[in-house]
Write a protein that binds this ligand. Sequence first.
Ligand code: FES
Length: 231
Amino acid sequence: MAELQKDPMTRKDFLGFGILGAITGAILTIPPVAFVLGPIIDTDVLGESDVPNGPDDWFEVGSITDLKEEPVAFRVDFPVNQTYGDRAIQEESGLSTEEFVVESAIWVSWSTEILSDGSYGESRRPAFLDNYNGGTLSEEQIQEVQGALNVLSSSCAHLGCPVRWITKEGEGEFLCPCHGGIYNINGEYVGGPPPRGMYAYTSEVREDGKIYVRHEFDSGGDLGPQEPYVI
Ligand code: FES
């Protein structure tokens, strides 16, 4: 009797091809599906972090009576609105949206004339402050103080490391410990990798002599205000 012809594909081969096909299908399908669902994943699963920045969101930095000849570092805690999942559902359910703060160091210095060799000339600190120990400022005094202040972010304009004020032989500079960025007392670029000077906050001085900031950088020019990055 003639021998039956054997199928060249074994059961093991058949199952192997099936598994390989499933893996290939998954590799081809996952990226487009992730692309389509990306916005939903971002909004509904990861949530959002945001510092409120409405017209009334000003944060106290400190008093002008605390300022010195050299820059002074103040700490400001910006409240963060954190949403988990869908913002509308969180707000409807009355869950707290202000759960933590972003601690930020802000350097405040008196605007200073920079001479052609880079050394410091006259400070623009208003003379009336010699006899000021608090109290109500006139509109004119407010304008004078406001125009003479540098209110600077401590985050280096290169990659964000906190800069420090270092004084050497009578004159100081802001130095970045990470890659050696250097800025002068006005926060202007002096040397190293940063592509620009230090960021200045949108700030104002009020009649009680206190300095306030919004959570935004005043980039000047046509760019308008920029929001600092919140992790
Ligand atoms: S982070 Fe400041 S120089 Fe690089």
